[in-house]
Design a protein around this ligand. Structure first.
Ligand code: CA
Length: 324
């Protein structure tokens, strides 16, 4: 049985890997890509999604809906210092690549309403589109099967500030709306400690990927390369893959080795701790509103990703900025 879902993304680096998994995993039924303001410039993100579809030979096969171009309340903050253009300078001829006319928020509402309780969403960018859909149509909240969110830290370190992980920092109001909306099944894949423990690919593992010698392995290294230098400069020994892990825990729940019920609340007021996620573990008298993944099967996750990268694909168009 395949898992039908929508990928809500700010496509750059590991978002591209998440998209590859969503396109190539035989258990995945990716219905739509919805784009949200996040990592890099909005139009660059759309290009990165097309580049990823291209390397999989799937250009034009999954609709891309353009969503919110800025957070709900605060100005957009980019992560271009970390991600560059988000695809390591890759380019191709984009002539004729299309996106849908329908706005991402409307697509999220419509697609989930067509099959109430059947479609899941993996949200791997700021939560603006998801919050806006919940505000626009309360039925959306009931119609979503499972909402997997990459965001926050489990009372741990942030990555954009000491307190906050990027996705929740960029649109803390949206994150707050989503956790207060009443979704029946939210699964959170946090930055720390989970991603840093179980979803980092070491230089050695990246060298193994290089030896695969496929279009996909090359694409992966080109796209993820720019974050390696940044990650090492901040003491992380490899590339980080929380977005693809989020797709992984939807498609293969056994990748989550430990999870627990938490009440997740997101700070919106404080300048110092904007976007901080307070995850209460059941001793403070608060109703749980999410399942937080605490430990993942790192080796199985790595094997799952490299399985795709070993696959031979025929890109629809040649890449430029790809040295042979
Ligand atoms: Ca992302």
């Amino acid at each position: 049985m395949t898992v039908p879902f929508i990928l809500d993304t700010d496509t750059a680096q590991d978002d591209c890997v998440a998209l590859i998994a969503g396109l190539l995993d035989p258990d995945a039924d990716l219905r739509a890509i919805t784009m949200v303001a996040g990592n890099v410039g909005f139009d660059k993100q759309v290009r990165n999604a097309h580049l990823t579809l291209n390397v999989c030979g799937r250009l034009g096969t999954v609709p891309i809906h353009l969503g919110c171009r800025q957070p709900m309340v605060v100005p957009w903050v980019s992560a271009e210092n970390v991600h560059g253009d988000g695809s390591g300078g890759l380019d191709m001829d984009f002539a004729g690549t299309a996106t849908e006319d329908e706005h991402a928020v409307d697509a999220l509402i419509r697609l989930t309403a067509q099959e109430p309780g059947e479609l899941s969403i993996v949200a791997i960018g700021p939560l603006t589109n998801i919050a806006m859909a919940a505000v626009k149509d309360p039925a959306f909240v009931r119609n979503v099967k499972r909402l997997v969110i990459m965001g926050g830290s489990n009372n741990g370190r942030g990555n954009i500030t000491a307190a906050a992980e990027f996705n929740f920092y960029v649109d803390p109001h949206a994150a707050r709306v989503v956790f207060e909306a009443g979704f029946a099944d939210i699964v959170v894949v946090p930055w720390a400690p989970l991603t840093l423990q179980d979803a980092v690919f070491s230089r050695e593992q990246l060298a193994d990927i290089d030896r695969l010698g496929t279009s996909l392995s090359r694409f992966f290294l080109t796209v993820c390369g720019p974050t390696l230098a940044f990650d090492e400069s901040v003491g992380i020994p490899g590339t980080t893959h929380p977005d693809s892990l989020s797709v992984g825990v939807l498609l293969h729940p056994e990748l989550a080795l430990a999870s627990a019920q938490y009440h997740v609340a997101v700070e919106t007021e404080s300048e110092l701790t904007r976007g901080y996620s307070a995850m209460s573990w059941g001793v403070h008298g608060l109703e749980p509103n999410a399942t937080v993944v605490e430990r993942a099967d790192g080796p199985a996750f790595h094997t799952w990703i490299t399985g795709f990268l070993a696959t031979s694909t025929e890109p629809n168009r040649p890449f430029h900025g790809w040295d042979s």
